[in-house]
Design a binder for this molecule. Structure first.
Ligand code: AP5
Ligand code: MG
Length: 214
């Protein structure tokens, strides 16, 4: 099964994708995570992407689609893909159709996380993650069980994203509305869009998504 998790910055795409990986053995394909890894490694793609990401703008359709293509090539057809933060433009939605056909796959669901944008600013500015294993946390909503120690790997090093300031978050939301939201009608025509209330507790949202995939 291949699905797209769609929603504005902070909607919970990454949080829910991590749950789906655990519950269903699917694979999370987050272009944001791939780009951050490229920035960290200092690859040519990372060098190009860093300033664009820090400003909350979009990296080119070609760059992100090549990253997705490489992942789909590396993973087996039997493993379901969760597209997290991709596609984000009409051009990327078209490219994804081409990539799925190339890899003999097809899209089963587009799950739109519906959220209240004002609440998202609080979600994003409070977000941090384990510097070692990447497990996600939040100052208010999801603290590690033992303060300062990662639940998953025991590391005591945490990090915050440079694009998680209020000003950049508001700009990323505007980019979502103008560039990404317009891809929804195309998927609606295919009858594969389901909306989930993304404002519930993390477990409630997971339950709603599990019900769609069951
Ligand atoms: P990307 O990394 O994709 O960021 P984003 O879309 O802005 O989304 P986020 O990762 O900020 O939010 P999320 O929905 O994953 O929320 P999360 O689960 O973390 O992209 C970053 C940048 O990379 C882009 O701006 C662009 O420059 C570039 N890029 C990436 N993909 C691209 C593409 N395809 N094309 C071009 N450029 C691209 O949750 C947020 C917080 O809230 C967490 O702390 C979490 O614990 C908490 N939380 C989650 N759910 C709940 C809940 N239900 N209740 C309470 N708290 C919750
Ligand atoms: Mg994310």
């Amino acid at each position: 099964m291949d699905i797209i998790l769609l929603g504005p910055p902070g909607a919970g795409k990454g949080t829910q994708a991590q749950r789906l990986v655990e519950h269903h053995g699917m694979r999370q394909l987050s272009t944001g995570d791939m780009l951050r890894a490229a920035v960290k490694a200092g690859t040519p793609v990372g060098i190009k992407a860093k300033a664009i990401m820090d400003a909350g703008e979009l990296v080119s359709d070609e760059i992100v689609s090549e990253l997705i293509d490489a992942e789909l090539t590396a993973m087996g057809k039997e493993t379901g893909a969760i597209f997290d933060g991709y596609p984000r433009t009409e051009g990327q939605a078209e490219m994804l159709d081409g990539l799925l056909a190339k890899h003999g796959r097809s899209l089963d669901h587009v799950i739109e996380l519906e959220v209240n944008e004002d609440a998202l600013v609080e979600r994003i500015t409070g977000r941090f993650s384990c510097a070692n294993c990447g497990a996600g946390y939040h100052d208010t909503f999801k603290q590690p069980k033992v303060e300062g120690v990662c639940d998953e790997c025991g590391s005591t090093e945490f990090k915050r994203r440079p694009d998680d300031t209020e000003e950049t978050v508001r700009h990323r939301m505007q980019v979502y509305r103008s560039e990404t939201a317009p891809i929804l009608p195309g998927y609606e025509k295919r009858g594969i869009v389901t909306r989930v209330d993304g404002m519930g507790a993390i477990d409630e949202v997971t339950g709603a998504i599990d019900a769609i995939l069951a």
